[in-house]
Design a protein around this ligand. Structure first.
Ligand SMILES: *Cc1c(COP(=O)(O)O)cnc(C)c1O
Length: 388
């Protein structure tokens, strides 16, 4: 049995592989250092910054799920993005999406300002902008789809093909969907980046990241840098993340069913001006999403017709959803991009990106569908309530 189903890999990779005591759940090795068996002889592990058995098992599981050669597990999603950027030299150009994750935007601009490399941010759904950026012969093209918070979808296969022709490597941030719903390496990506903080761990109790590499040579290069800079994740975080990953498929399937119900409900509500969910046929990225994803995911956003005042009334009353940043956990969260996740962008840039003051983002969890809808109804009713 060499090619196992991804569901089996998630649930069972490394199960019952302990040769000492037959532990069914792979043990956690918190030790920072490992005893040599003799002079110049070690047993495969020396020091946990460099390598750790539990972290390696998580990396192996992620690599199998994404269809890559291997993975490097990092201390955060940002450390994973930065690890890929470590390959870029001073005279090289990186092409990134204009609507990428705020932390990625900040990291790219900060490194560019220090002269580490050059960056150009483009709307990758616009063929002309993408072509003119690629004509500058970048070494790396970063892709993020669906995007945050407007859930815009771009064609990974088409972008990867053009990037390859221009001589660039392609890295896809797959945080919003996870390998359960999208496998970028099959579509031509060289690297898949994850904030494992989100769906992979899925329980909002770990900050972590990973880079899966399609090629073994890239694994070696990134493993070298991860050890040099010390961005590898902790053994305990790796243990929790693998524990969360065991239930990735059932979680995300149930969560996306809930998200579809929430999107349908919001689409018919008079206080809602627009719903951004790739699963809706009206969504501009629906056709691409249907082709390159195996599900539409559990993230969505929507615009309240009443703007900032409506948002204030809604978030103060909404039930079932907690007002907080982050996403991908079993609990439902609501975030207001303009004052929370995207506050640092500035009003001008937010306006240009289509992020209005009435926009709210939802990470839909595992609660009962009826409670999710009822919770939203309470928030929406507060918008019109004259007594408030
Ligand atoms: C959260 C997130 C990151 C950053 O990950 P951290 O674990 O918070 O460092 C990167 N990309 C995307 C798409 C994210 O949602």
């Amino acid at each position: 049995m060499t090619q196992r189903d991804p569901r089996t890999i998630a649930a069972a990779n490394g199960i019952a592989s302990d040769e000492n005591f037959g532990a069914v759940t792979p043990p956690i090795y918190l030790s920072s250092t490992f005893a040599f068996s003799g002079f110049e002889k070690h047993r495969g592990y020396e020091y946990s910054r460099t390598a750790n058995p539990g972290r390696d098992l998580l990396a192996d599981t992620l690599a199998r799920l994404e269809g890559g050669a291997d993975a490097i597990v990092t201390s955060s999603g940002m450390a994973a993005v930065d690890l890929v950027l470590s390959l870029a030299r001073r005279d090289e150009l990186i092409v990134a999406p204009h609507d990428c994750y705020g932390g990625t935007y900040r990291l790219l601009s900060a490194r560019r300002d220090r002269g580490h490399f050059d960056v150009v941010f483009v709307d990758q759904s616009d063929a002309a902008s993408l072509a003119s950026a690629l004509a500058r012969k970048p070494s790396l093209v970063l892709v993020e789809t669906p995007s945050n918070p407007l859930m815009r979808v771009v064609d990974i296969r088409a972008i990867a093909r053009q990037a390859k022709e221009a001589g660039a490597k392609v890295a896809v941030d797959n945080t919003f969907l996870s390998p359960a719903l999208q496998r970028p390496i099959e579509l031509g990506a060289d690297f898949v980046i994850h904030s494992t903080t989100k769906y992979l761990n899925g329980h909002s109790d770990v900050v972590g990241g990973a880079v899966v590499c399609a090629a073994g040579t890239d694994v070696e290069a990134l493993r070298f840098w991860a050890n040099v800079t010390g961005v590898t994740g902790s053994p305990f975080d790796a243990y929790l993340t693998l524990r969360g990953l065991r239930t990735l498929f059932p979680r995300i399937e149930r969560q996306q069913a809930n998200a579809a119900a929430v999107a349908a409900f919001l689409s018919t509500h008079p206080a809602v001006a627009a719903v951004h969910y790739p699963g809706l046929e009206s969504h501009p990225g629906h056709a691409i999403a249907r082709r390159q994803q195996s599900g539409f995911g559990a993230m969505l956003s929507f615009d309240l017709a009443g703007g900032a005042e409506a948002v204030r009334r809604f978030v103060e009353r909404v039930e079932t959803f907690t007002l907080a940043e982050s996403l991908g956990g079993v609990e439902s969260l609501v975030a207001h991009p303009a004052t929370m996740t995207h506050a640092g962008m500035g009003a001008e840039a937010r306006k240009a990106a289509g992020i209005g003051d009435g926009l709210l983002r939802l990470s839909v969890g595992l609660e009962a569908e009826a409670d999710l809808i009822a919770g939203l109804e309470v928030g929406l009713a507060a918008i019109e309530d004259r007594r408030l």
